[in-house]
Design a protein around this ligand. Structure first.
Ligand code: NAD
Ligand code: TDX
Length: 336
């Protein structure tokens, strides 16, 4: 792994930027970030990184000429770039199809041409959802059953990767991770939305009855798992990444409120998300068994406190996005 050149797509987003920081801290790799800087990309997320090791290119993963040149100059490609928000995909699926499917296709063709190692970042949402009272969890063998435009385009992108491995011998691995939390997550997402609502004096918003369960993992743990897979994962394999962090949305919201010194019921219930997945749950035992990976941030209450502190201390990072994000949510709440 020494001295390798990484191309990280979506490296100005929440999880991609976490991985770039992780890579710089834990390896001697050099990194090129390819990011379109959509509403979700934030240059400040890459602040403090050494200029002699990290280069940022503003561009689209659907731009085949640009992608070809950048892939040619890399040893390893790690593909994070995506349209990532379910609610947005319900309002306008078009960019999800273009970026998540078209962009992955462009990258796969380039890694095929140049025979580069490729790691594909995906989500547990490709497996659909589980019943609240079902003891089952997702494994690498669970059939694909995505629900939303977002998750169906991620599922399609995973299938492209599998086909390129089998048909063209592309050296790829795939990881499907559960819900991430931590610093630098866009304020459209559940946890940062509620934290910043409280900081702005706005009431948090819970969809439906709040019984939906998400399996939370700290973004630092996601990054260490991805690096481990790149170092030691078997080509062609899929690895699920999770940290046994199942919690229902209402409990998470109540934890945010109490941690921030608010009354436990100081939130509003708003109309449910269309097609809202009930429960996600990851069985991550393959990754532990095969590659010896374990999460280091298993204490959710502690991770949440640190995340709340980060949003308190980094208002300059999130404030510019807050008003526009909430304006879009207000439109959604007004829809019949
Ligand atoms: P994000 O929305 O915070 O960041 C996405 C980044 O991709 C942004 O910087 C954006 O500018 C960039 N981007 C979007 N379209 C692009 C394009 N056409 N070309 C180049 N760059 C483009 O997303 P995130 O939450 O950091 O998610 C990153 C990846 O991890 C996604 O592939 C997502 O499916 C996956 N994932 C996310 C979670 C989660 O909980 N957030 C969980 C599992 C997997
Ligand atoms: O205001 C809200 N109120 C609310 O109750 C918002 C924004 C969300 N929710 C609920 C919906 C979900 O059940 O909270 C849960 C989490 O919502 P999101 O943060 O939108 O995440 P989710 O839809 O679970 O998808 C996330 O995890 C899997 C990421 O956005 C995806 O990119 C990832 O693949």
């Amino acid at each position: 792994m020494s001295g390798q050149r990484f191309l990280v797509t979506g490296g100005a987003g929440f999880i991609g930027s976490n991985f770039v920081h992780h890579l710089v801290a834990r390896t001697d790799a050099t990194v090129t970030v390819l990011d379109k800087f959509t509403y979700a990309g934030n240059a400040a997320s890459l602040d403090g990184l050494p200029a002699d090791r990290v280069t940022t290119v503003r561009g689209d993963i659907c731009d085949t000429a640009l992608v070809d040149a950048l892939v040619r100059d890399a040893d390893v490609v790690v593909h994070y770039a995506a349209e990532s928000h379910n609610d947005n995909s319900l309002r306008d699926p078009a960019p999800f199809v273009a970026t998540n499917l078209g962009g992955t296709f462009a990258l796969l063709e380039a890694v095929r041409r140049h025979d580069r190692r490729y790691h594909h970042i995906s989500t547990d949402e490709v497996y659909g959802d589980l019943a609240l009272d079902d003891p089952a969890r997702f494994t690498e063998r669970t059939p694909y059953r995505p629900s939303s435009p977002y998750s169906s385009t991620k599922a399609g992108s995973d299938l492209l990767v599998r086909a390129w491995v089998r048909s063209f011998g592309v050296r790829a691995t795939i990881s499907n991770c559960s819900n991430n939390y931590g610093p630098r997550q866009h304020v459209e997402k559940f946890i940062p939305r509620q934290i910043t609502n409280v900081l702005c004096g706005e009431r948090p918003r819970l969809y439906g009855d709040g019984r939906n369960v998400r399996d939370w993992i700290h973004a630092d743990d996601h990054s260490s798992a991805v690096l481990r897979i790149i170092e030691a994962g078997r080509i062609g394999e899929t690895y699920l990444i999770g940290a046994d962090g199942e919690r229902d949305n209402r409990s998470v919201l109540e934890m945010i409120l109490t941690t921030m010194g608010e009354s436990v019921d100081a939130y509003d219930r708003v109309p449910d998300r269309a097609g809202h997945d009930l429960r996600y749950a990851i069985d991550g035992s393959k990754l532990t068994r095969e590659l010896g990976w374990r999460p280091e941030h298993g204490d959710f209450a502690r991770g949440l406190r640190a995340t709340i502190d980060w949003y308190r201390e980094n208002e300059r990072w999130w404030r510019p996005q807050k008003a526009a994000t909430e304006a879009q949510y207000r439109e959604r709440e007004l829809q019949p």
